[in-house]
Ligand binder design. Sequence first.
Ligand SMILES: CC(C)(COP(=O)(O)OP(=O)(O)OC[C@H]1O[C@@H](n2cnc3c(N)ncnc32)[C@H](O)[C@@H]1OP(=O)(O)O)[C@@H](O)C(=O)NCCC(=O)NCCS
Length: 220
Amino acid sequence: MTAQAAPAAKEANEYIAGGEPAQNRAVVQLEFTQNGGLARPAPSRSKSSQPESHQMISAPPLRLKPFDAADVPFFTSMATDPRVTKYVGDGRTWDQATIAEKTNNALRDAPLNELGVARWFTAHRDDQPVGVFVSTRRESAVEIGYWVPPERWGQGIAGAMIDAGLEIIPRLFNTNILIAHVDPNNAASARVLTRRGFHTTVRENGLDRYIWQVGPFAGR
Ligand SMILES: CC(C)(COP(=O)(O)OP(=O)(O)OC[C@H]1O[C@@H](n2cnc3c(N)ncnc32)[C@H](O)[C@@H]1OP(=O)(O)O)[C@@H](O)C(=O)NCCC(=O)NCCS
């Protein structure tokens, strides 16, 4: 695919995912640059200037930042945990070489129109990493993935990261289509996608391919 360069965008942004989130569900405050690289802190806002939906949230919001070398140990803790990798790839934990290959690809600042180029983001809560959202350019779409440590499952973190991804990724990669590959036994992953309008299409190599696209679903 010959992807076009992403349009210029604000260097830093802040985004609260999910419009009207329910109490105790995760929301995301997002800091990113158009190339997924250097992030600057979002401007602080006084409480009175915050949207009403934000003030309703009792759990601290998530902050999504571009994946950084300092996040590699956190990612490694998940990639080496069999509970996390159970439905990822061949189901086995990742060895150090695989972790290095994938994280190095995520950290290299390659052009966004290059096939296989990745941009990863780490979600933080109270300055602690609580999840990683990954995106990779494929032939005709951008593939997403999401990792949350088991002690944080069920808190809406994956959902909030995906909500943010649906805002960022189309603009970042200049694409209309996001895909995800999900093991049919990974009920939480399937649920978090279908709740956000992803449609399952075909099963390839034992994985269900989910598609989301900007605008009406065309049934690809
Ligand atoms: C899949 C994963 C990312 C979900 O993260 P999470 O932060 O717990 O997800 P959320 O809390 O945002 O949402 C999970 C949804 O699945 C539901 N769910 C959880 N376990 C479920 C199960 N066994 N069956 C059906 N639904 C389930 C939750 O109720 C929630 O739905 P809701 O929003 O309607 O209440 C997490 O389990 C994980 O990191 N797994 C390991 C890595 C992985 O499999 N990544 C995806 C690869 S495709």
